[in-house]
Design a protein around this ligand. Structure first.
Ligand code: SF4
Length: 173
C-alpha cells in the first residue's frame, strides 16, 4: 500500500463553531510526487506546485493537503473526521494504483470563485472589514480589491486552520 497510515496530531472543536471539529494529521510517507495526480482527480482542487499544497472542499469540509500532512476544518464530529481521513487515504491509494491511466496536472487550476472564498471566511457578517457581509468581502477578494488581512476575525487563533487553508486557496489561484 502506498499510504499506510494517516495519524492525527491534534483534533479539537472549532472554537468559532464548537459543534464542528478541526484537526491536523500526519502521513506515514511523503506524498508530494502524487499531488499532481490528485490534482487531476479531485474536482475543484486548487494546487500550488511551488509550495506543494492542494486545497479543496468535500461538501462542507475544508481540506488542505501538504506533502507530509493535512488539515481538515468543519468536520461534523470525531466520527466524521476519522471517516474523512479514511476517505482521503483510500483516494490516495486508489490514485497511486491507477496512476498509469491518469494524466497528472502540474499546473495551477483556475482562480477560486467568490463563493469558494466565502466558505473559508468566519461567516459572522460583523462588518469590521467595512463590507456589509462576508460574501461581499469574498467578492472583493475575488476581484483583487481587498486582502485577507482586512478580515480582523480571521486573524484570531480560532480561525487558524481556516486562515491557512484560505491563504493556500487564494495563493493557488
Ligand atoms: S470582518 Fe470578516 S467576519 Fe466580519 S464581515 Fe468582514 S469578512 Fe465577515
Amino acid at each position: 500500500m502506498y499510504l499506510q497510515d494517516i495519524r492525527i496530531i491534534y483534533m479539537e472543536p472549532c472554537l468559532a463553531d464548537p459543534e464542528k471539529i478541526r484537526l491536523k494529521a500526519r502521513f506515514s510517507r511523503d506524498i508530494r510526487e502524487l499531488m499532481p495526480y490528485l490534482n487531476a482527480v479531485i474536482p475543484h482542487a486548487v494546487y500550488n506546485p511551488e509550495i506543494h499544497t492542494l486545497t479543496f472542499t468535500k461538501e462542507f469540509r475544508l481540506l488542505t493537503v501538504y506533502p507530509q500532512e493535512m488539515t481538515i476544518a468543519k468536520a461534523l464530529n470525531t466520527t466524521d473526521a476519522f471517516k474523512t481521513l479514511d476517505w482521503f487515504k483510500d483516494l490516495v491509494n486508489d490514485t497511486y494504483a491507477r496512476r498509469d491511466q491518469i494524466e497528472p496536472l502540474y499546473t495551477r487550476r483556475r482562480r477560486p470563485t467568490a463563493l469558494e472564498i466565502y466558505k473559508y471566511l468566519p461567516g459572522k457578517n460583523c462588518k469590521q472589514c467595512g463590507e456589509p457581509t462576508c460574501l461581499a468581502f469574498a467578492g472583493k477578494i475575488f476581484m483583487g480589491y481587498r486582502s485577507l488581512d482586512e478580515c480582523g476575525l480571521l486573524a484570531r487563533e480560532e480561525y487558524t486552520v481556516l486562515r491557512e487553508a484560505l491563504r493556500q486557496l487564494v495563493a493557488g489561484g
